[in-house]
Write a protein that binds this ligand. Structure first.
Ligand code: SAM
Length: 287
């Protein structure tokens, strides 16, 4: 039976720490399954066993020319995956990846970089709340190159969080050296500012006055609601916001609060098949 990797959704504790994964081989999305929250262990085992059998029926999966692709918990049949034909994109993913999961989320990263690229011509800077090891931030820097367009990119994280309210859960690479590692990693890109601090408290001192692109990825409803409340007025008309956790059932509180905020501000969030939410700010939106 086809093995399904049941590593956890947000991180891979067994992840390799070396930079760049699969850089010497043609790009292929790894076959990996992120287990959702299950009520009990036996339901989890039953589901995973049947999923393994089902994926086996669908094989070959994730190969060049495969009809079916299973990635980021999404089974697609007959999709083009045209972004994988962009060699500069796949080379960037492979160069920036630190763990297999980084490659599994290739479609998410395509959406993210598409949004960032679409905002390059607008006035304002880039912001990311929830940077962790800076995978998404480095892909944006390397592939979208905001610095070449005169943009600043301000990224926020606690880097060594406690389990306090308003803070996402702790991940394996969190610790007192992570801030310095991320600062090093993003140092080659001029205009990038790495802020170690709690969102939204750190925003008034450091956030750009005008923002054209924002990525929210904090796994925490209070932090993301606070970021939206503080930064929304700074987002320029046509600016884009990508909410990484929006469509994942486990993070439904984030979706509920983001939807409430959007409704109060005349905005419309689309839930994407990748699990992300996306809205394009319309200053004159319908209410
Ligand atoms: C899923 S990770 C971000 C992943 C990252 N975008 C990447 O590409 O790997 C979520 C991060 O949000 C951070 N975070 C959670 N709550 C926060 C808060 N209130 N302020 C700042 N950072 C926060 C966590 O420390 C964690 O590193």
């Amino acid at each position: 039976m086809m093995p399904i990797d049941t590593g956890p959704q947000k991180t891979d504790p067994g992840a390799t720490e070396s930079a760049g994964i699969g850089a010497d081989t043609p790009f292929e999305i790894p076959l990996k399954y992120f287990p959702p929250a299950f009520v009990d262990d036996s339901a989890k085992q039953r589901f995973e066993s049947r999923l393994g059998q089902f994926l086996n029926v669908c094989a070959p999966l994730n190969k060049a020319g495969s009809v079916a692709v299973f990635a980021d918990n999404l089974l697609t049949i007959g999709r083009a995956f045209s972004f994988l034909e962009d060699r500069r994109f796949t080379d960037t993913l492979q160069a920036c990846a630190r763990e297999e999961r980084d490659l599994v989320i290739a479609w998410r990263t395509h959406v993210l970089t598409w949004a960032a690229k679409s905002c390059l011509a607008l006035e304002g800077d880039f912001v990311e709340c929830g940077t962790y090891r800076a995978y998404s931030a480095e892909v944006i820097c390397g592939y979208v190159e905001p610095h070449r367009h005169g943009k600043r990119f301000v990224v926020y994280d606690l880097f060594d969080p406690d389990e306090a309210a308003g803070v996402g859960h702790r991940l394996p690479s969190h610790g007192d050296t992570l801030f310095a590692e991320v600062a090093d990693r993003l140092a080659p890109y001029p205009g990038t500012l790495v802020v170690r601090g709690k969102v939204p408290d750190a925003l008034p001192e450091t956030a750009p006055e005008k923002i054209c692109f924002m990525h929210l990825d904090m796994n925490n409803a209070e932090a993301e609601a606070g970021a939206l409340a503080f930064l929304f007025d700074r987002i320029v008309d046509g600016g884009m916001v990508v909410l990484d956790d929006y469509g994942w059932a486990y993070y439904s509180e984030q979706r509920v609060r983001a939807d409430r905020f959007a409704a109060e501000h005349g905005q419309f969030i689309v839930e994407l098949p990748t699990g992300q939410g996306l809205f394009i700010k319309r200053a004159a939106a319908a209410r």
